[in-house]
Design a protein around this ligand. Structure first.
Ligand code: NAP
Length: 331
């Protein structure tokens, strides 16, 4: 590749070596993770000339974009795009790519694990064995709650919500209520779930579901969506699971619902502040199963995400239409 076609690329979160090599073969690559103090200055310097960026889990805001006048494309190694100032990208004509699809099944597995762990108290009971407290058969005080047959309410019925519904309805005989803005034509789009899923207004879903799982994108519309009123609508003894983004939930309201309200338990993969601060009451709450944002964190899926994000970036820099471009015309 000639020097004139080699573009300046900034990798702002570590990529697997094989994908980094693909980029280095075609472009001038700077690796600088702004969250690592020793790399922050290199990141800021590289912005001035960068034409393409690839990474995740870092807020790319308007101020940062102002320092990157040559930027043409950002390739996010994530499906969620809430870290990016979308209107500013649209205004500047900067393309945004992401990684839908390749993480769907893995993330649905994680969310279903949280449903199982919260209902059957798996972490608490495994710790009881580990800590040497299994001295006699457990009694009612440690019994769990069946998952099969329970009604599952899913907020956000896109790729991951539907994958979760398949697990629940087909594997565990769970009636599924779902909420999104555009109901699915099940006969056409999800024939295997015909008669097993029901589009339901959010308020009614919260009132009827035994288990509520959030799989919504974080947006201006969904930020803080689950607050005191919404938790107050949930059934006594219900379970709440968040596998999407922490800021969709008002954490103080969640704590109230766990301490004084209807909730039996909560399973959380995501939090308003990550990593979860050590002083957060959610970290050690006896009714909470907390995970460190591992929705897509398997060897296979994280690698597939890196491959798709790298391909997106290479295609965009070559002037081709990337495999997975986020539609900025809707923001
Ligand atoms: P998706 O296919 O775009 O699905 C999003 C769903 O949410 C759609 O059904 C959409 O339907 C609905 N929706 C959007 N805004 C809404 C609103 N205001 N009210 C009601 N429904 C709304 O996305 P996905 O691939 O399933 O991923 C969903 C989210 O999961 C991502 O954005 C990401 O934040 C999160 N995620 C988390 C992890 C993790 O590690 N924990 C991993 C992957 C993804 P309508 O447009 O019809 O409303």
């Amino acid at each position: 590749m000639s020097d004139t076609t080699r573009k300046n690329v900034l990798v702002f979160r570590e990529l697997p070596p094989d994908q980094l090599a693909r980029l280095q073969a075609q472009h001038k690559v700077t690796v600088a993770n702004p969250r690592v103090p020793e790399q922050a200055a290199r990141f800021r310097d590289a912005l001035a000339t960068t034409e393409g960026m690839i990474g995740s889990s870092y807020a790319i805001d308007e101020g940062l974009l102002a320092g990157a006048p040559q930027l043409r494309v950002i390739s996010s190694v994530s499906v969620g795009v809430d870290n990016y100032a979308l209107p500013a990208l649209a205004k500047r004509g900067i393309m945004l790519c992401h990684t839908p699809g390749v993480l769907t099944e893995t993330t649905a597995d994680t969310i279903f694990s949280l449903i199982m762990a919260s209902s059957r108290r798996l972490v608490e009971l495994a710790n009881l064995v580990r800590d040497g407290h299994w001295q006699r058969n457990i009694g009612e005080d440690l019994f769990g709650w069946d998952v099969h047959g329970k009604t599952l309410g899913i907020l956000g019925f896109g790729r991951i919500g539907q994958a979760l519904a398949r697990r629940a309805a087909l594997g565990f005989g769970m009636p599924v209520l779902y909420h999104n803005r555009h109901p699915i034509d099940a006969a056409k789009e999800l024939p295997e779930l015909m008669g097993k899923i029901t589009h339901t207004p959010m308020e009614e879903l919260l009132q009827r579901a035994d288990i509520v799982a959030v799989v919504l994108p974080l947006s201006d519309e969904t930020r803080g969506l689950m607050g005191p009123r919404e938790f107050g609508l949930m059934k006594p003894g219900a379970i709440f699971v968040n596998g999407a983004r922490g800021a969709i939930v008002q954490e103080e309201a969640l704590l109230q619902a766990l301490n004084h309200g209807p909730l039996r338990a909560a399973g959380l993969d995501v939090f308003a502040t990550e990593p979860l601060p050590l002083n957060s009451p959610l970290r050690t709450h006896p009714k909470v199963t907390a995970l460190p944002h591992i929705g897509s964190a398997t060897f296979e899926t994280r690698h597939a995400m890196a491959v798709l994000a790298t391909t997106n970036l290479l295609q965009a820099l070559a002037g081709e239409r990337p495999l997975a471009m986020f539609d900025l015309s809707v923001v």
